[in-house]
Design a protein. Structure first.
Length: 244
C-alpha cells in the first residue's frame, strides 16, 4: 500500500482553531480511541474488524464530514449501516464525537486525517455509499490539484463501491460542479442519475441539510446536488459484503 507521503494530500490550511471545548476535548481523549479508524497506510483496511457487529450489513463513507451533523443523522436512522467519517479538522472531529456520545451511536468510526490513504486502503466493492458534501473548492487555478473530486477520486470511488452503490456530491460553487462533472466522465463505471434539472437542484428527502449549506443559502449561493450510481460487475478479487 503506498505511503501517505506520495500524495499531494498533505493537509493544507488550518487543521484546528483555538482548541476544543472541554467536553469535546475529553471525548477526543476518551471516546475517539475506541472508534478511531486505524492507520491504513501500509495494509488494506479490515472492515470486519472495524465493525465486528453482526448487525452491520453495509459500509458508507463520508469524506470531510464538517460538523458531523449529516453523518450522525444518517447513522442514527440506519443502525444496520456502518459509517466511516474522515475529517482533517479538529473542530469537526470534536463536534461529531459530541453527537456520537449524545445519541449513543455504535455504528460510527472516525478518521481524524486525510481521506485519500483511507480510500485506497478500502477493499474493492466494500462501500454502499460515498458522500462528498461541500468540499473545499480551492478556487485558485494553481490549487486545483488539491481538489478532492479528481479523476483519481472517481476511479477509487468506482472501485470501492459495490454495484448499485451511490456517490453523492454537493457544492455551491458552479466552477467546482463543472470540474466534478468533467472528472466524473473518466469513471465509466459510474452513471450520473440526473434525468431533469430538478434532480440536481433539489435534495432527496434522506439528504439532510448541513450548517454549511444553510450558510450558503443565506449568502445567496444555491447548492447543486449530484448523484452517481456504480454500474457493472465487481472485479474477480472483490471483497463481498455481508448479505442484506
Amino acid at each position: 500500500m503506498p505511503s501517505q507521503e506520495r500524495y499531494l494530500q498533505k493537509i493544507y490550511g488550518r487543521r484546528q482553531a483555538k482548541g476544543l471545548r472541554p467536553e469535546r476535548s475529553r471525548l477526543y481523549e476518551t471516546l475517539l480511541p475506541d472508534i478511531a479508524v486505524p492507520d491504513s497506510a501500509n495494509s488494506p483496511l479490515d472492515l470486519h474488524a472495524l465493525f465486528p457487529q453482526d448487525s452491520i450489513r453495509e459500509i458508507w463513507l463520508e469524506i470531510g464530514f464538517g460538523g458531523g451533523e449529516h453523518l450522525a443523522w444518517q447513522a442514527e436512522r440506519r443502525p444496520q449501516v456502518g459509517f466511516i467519517g474522515a475529517e482533517p479538522f479538529l473542530d469537526g472531529v470534536g463536534r461529531l464525537l459530541k453527537l456520537v456520545h449524545e445519541t449513543q451511536l455504535t455504528n460510527v468510526r472516525i478518521l481524524h486525517g486525510d481521506a485519500r490513504p483511507l480510500l485506497e486502503a478500502l477493499p474493492t466493492g466494500s462501500l454502499g455509499r460515498i458522500f462528498l458534501l461541500h468540499p473545499d473548492p480551492w478556487p485558485k487555478k494553481r490549487h486545483h490539484k488539491r481538489r478532492m473530486a479528481s479523476r483519481w477520486f472517481f476511479r477509487e470511488a468506482a472501485r470501492t463501491m459495490n454495484p448499485g452503490g451511490v456517490l453523492r456530491i454537493a457544492s455551491d460553487i458552479p466552477d467546482y460542479i463543472r470540474w466534478t462533472l468533467m472528472n466524473a466522465r473518466s469513471a465509466l463505471e459510474l452513471e450520473w442519475l440526473a434525468e431533469s434539472a430538478l434532480d440536481w437542484q433539489r435534495r432527496p428527502d434522506d439528504w439532510p441539510q448541513t450548517r454549511y449549506e444553510r450558510k450558503a443559502l443565506l449568502e445567496g449561493r444555491q447548492p447543486t446536488y449530484l448523484q452517481f450510481r456504480r454500474r457493472g460487475e465487481l472485479l474477480a478479487n472483490a471483497t463481498p459484503q455481508r448479505d442484506l
